[in-house]
Design a protein around this ligand. Sequence first.
Ligand code: IPE
Ligand code: IPE
Ligand code: MG
Length: 286
Amino acid sequence: MFTNKLSKLLTKLLRTQPKYITASVSPASAAPDLMLPPDRLPAHVAIIMDGNGRWAQQRGLPRSAGHAAGTEALRDIIRASDDWGVQALSLYAFSTENWARSKDEVNALMGLLLKYFNSEIDELDEKNVCIRILGDVDGLPEPQRDAVNRAMERTRDNTGLKLNIALNYGGHAELIRAAQALAVKVVAGEMKPEEITNEAFEAELYTAGLPPVDLLIRTSGEVRTSNFLPWQTAYAEMIFDPVLWPDYDRAHYLKNLREYAARDRRFGGVKSAETEPTKETTEGSN
Ligand code: IPE
Ligand code: IPE
Ligand code: MG
């Protein structure tokens, strides 16, 4: 217990001292040109882990084998996020639409989910990771529901990486849920319609309290977001990487983070090096 607390404290202290990421992925990664300044690291990374089925198909294996291989990639990317000081990582593991798959595939995915939580929870807790499920937990089968609820409860006060796993998650459902929660408050007289602000809306989302998504990565080459975090990714940079999820590793992740670091995020403004808006342009826009 004491060792656990001590290691959490150490993790916390280390995380407050951001370092240049040299990422121990290969000898080449230690080269100075692979360094990533901490202020160019996304605070919140979201990943659509896609391509497990195609990975298995290419090998003549059942789709479930692709999902099993995908959990290995998942382990590596969670560890890398923790090592590199990413604040929040949101992973799309099972969508509300994925129930449409065959019973066998859904069962395989649910089985892996249980296995994953049982085998990883000690290490994640040890690393001070705080687990949150995004999605309708009550709609999961009982063993999975219990496992994820226990994991959330156990890691609730952890102050390290915020690991969000989207399970039985749908973006539209999340927005409707938020709208309904606010409507209930208005009807009960607890708030006025004009008090429905960005902040009030965000507070009703599964991601309440987290920074917006800075970088959304989707593997497998599909160029769509498939109902993942529509509100939170409104201003996210997006990278669609052709690699299939089971083949995704730290080296791919680092390459994606470097691409992100090189992008110019303007949020509707102009490049920081360019001029401030002049009086004339401000007046002209009226
Ligand atoms: C992503 O891989 C995992 C889940 C959706 C659960 P897929 O199973 O969608 O793999 P492809 O897209 O069929 O290759
Ligand atoms: C998105 O992948 C869901 C997850 C990765 C969990 P899908 O494979 O289900 O998405 P579509 O059907 O290709 O849009
Ligand atoms: Mg897919």
